[in-house]
Design a protein around this ligand. Sequence first.
Ligand code: C6P
Length: 418
Amino acid sequence: MYRKDSVAKEGDAGFPVESIRKRFPILHQEVNGRPLVYLDNAATSQKPLSVIQALNQYYSTDNANIHRGAHALAARATDQFERTRQMVKSFINSPSEEQVIFTKGTTEGINLVASSFGRKFIQEGDEIIISAMEHHSNIVPWQMLCEEKGAELKVIPITDEGELILETYEKLLTPKTKLVAIQHVSNALGTVHPISGIIEKAHEVGAKVLVDAAQSSSHFLVDVQALDCDFLAFSAHKLYGPTGLGILYGKRELLEVMPPYQGGGEMIKEVDFDGTTFNDIPFKFEAGTPNIADVIAFQKALEFIQELGKDRILAHENELLSYATDKLGSIKGFIPVGTASQKVSVLSFLINGMHPFDVGMMLDAMGIAVRTGHHCAQPLMKRFNIEGTVRASFAVYNTKQEIDTLYNSLSRIAKRKN
Ligand code: C6P
C-alpha cells in the first residue's frame, strides 16, 4: 500500500558533469576570493545558457502580447507560449494541455486551489489534512481557508527521523476530509514521502489530493496520471528554468467546475455589465498578460532535463547525497537533521554549539552557498525544537569535489567548538 515510490538509483560513472557545468555561466566565478560552490539548489537552481539566451532571443525578435494580436509577432509569441504548454503536458504526463495552468510559482498554484476549489467545495465542519513538514506555502492558504469557512486543519505528525506517521494519517482520514494537501519531497529535510499510497488512502474516503511537487519535479519523474493526484503544483525556477513561473495541473472535471481565481482579460468569453461568461480551461485561470518570456524560455530548461534524462539526473544526485551524508557525518560535532530512509538532494544539519546562521556566513566567506534558517517550515523546526538548520542541496551540476570543499571548510568551522 505505502510502496516506496522508487527513488534509489545507482550512480552513473560516465555522467558528463564537467560538460554540464560548462553550460551554466554563473558557476564560473569566484565568491569571496574562492571558486563558487553553489549548494542552495532547493531554494533555486541555476540556469543553463540556453535558457538565458532564449529570454534574450524572445525580447530581441518576438516580443508581443499573446492570444490577442492579429500580427506576425503576436502569432509567433502565442505559438511559442502554447508550445511550452504542450511540453509541460508531456513532462508531467497530463492527459491534455488544457489541464496545464501557468502561475507565478508553486505558491500561487496552491493559493489558486485554496481560493477557487476551496471557495466552492469546502464547507463548515469539513477537514483538510496537511503534514507537520509542509512549507508555509502549503500551510497558510489552508489556514486562511479554514478560518473563512469554519473548516478544520488536521496535521499528520512526523517521527524524529523526519518521516510521516502514516498510521496516524489513516486515522485522520474520515468522510469529513475534503482535501489532503501534501508535499512530495520535504524542502527542509529531503524526505521523499510515499505519495502514491497517501493519494490512494485519501481517495478511499472521497478526499481530493493536492501534491506540492516544488521539490520533487526537478529530481524524478512526476507522472500525474500514474499518481492519480487531483492537483499538482511546481515552480520552474527549481527546474533550471526562470523565476516567476509555475505550473498547476488539475483534473479536468475539477478545473471545469471551479470558479475563476482572478478576474480580468483573457479569462472571459464575453463581458457585459449584466454579467460575464468565463473562458474555457486553462484560460479561465490565467487572467491578465502572463509571464510570456519566461514561459517560452522554460522550453529550454525542459529540453535540458530531457536531454540528460531524469533517471541519470537522479542517479547522480543520489550519489552526491550519499557521498555527502557519509563524509560530513564523520565531522566531529556534525548533527544531521532528517535521516529518513528515502531522501533526495537535501542534507540538513547543525554544528554542535554553533548557530546555523553563523555556519552559513562562515561557509559564504569560503565561497560556499548554502541556505540557513527555518526554510519556510517553522512548524517543522518547532517539532525538532530548533530554530533552523544549515541546508546543502544538490543539483545536476554539483560534483564530489565540491562536497570535499564543503567537508574541508565545515571541518575547520566545527573544530572551533568541538
Ligand atoms: N522552497 C526553499 O528554499 P515558490 O516560492 O512558490 O517557487 O515555492 C514555494 C515552495 C513550496 N513548497 C515547497 C516544498 C518548497 O520548497 C517551496 C520553495 C524554497 O526551500 C524557497 S522558500
